[in-house]
Design a protein. Structure first.
Length: 65
């Protein structure tokens, strides 16, 4: 049986922290930035820790295999 491959899209989108939590970037920074306020764009720069336990397990499975 061949080795399982990790999910290429998940590798690009998520990073695992040292404590085992999963980080992601916020959405809506791709285009149409002129109509968004400076405050909103500044907040979108920050990364977020995924707190939903079910999603965290699924993402970890995609990253690890």
């Amino acid at each position: 049986m061949p080795k399982m491959k990790s999910h290429s899209g998940a590798k690009k989108r998520f990073k695992e922290t040292a404590n085992g939590k999963v980080k992601r970037k916020k959405a809506n920074r791709g285009h149409l930035l002129t109509k968004k306020t400076s405050k909103r764009k500044r907040q979108l720069r920050k990364s977020v820790v995924i707190d939903d336990n079910a999603n965290r397990k699924r993402i970890k499975r995609m990253l690890s295999t």
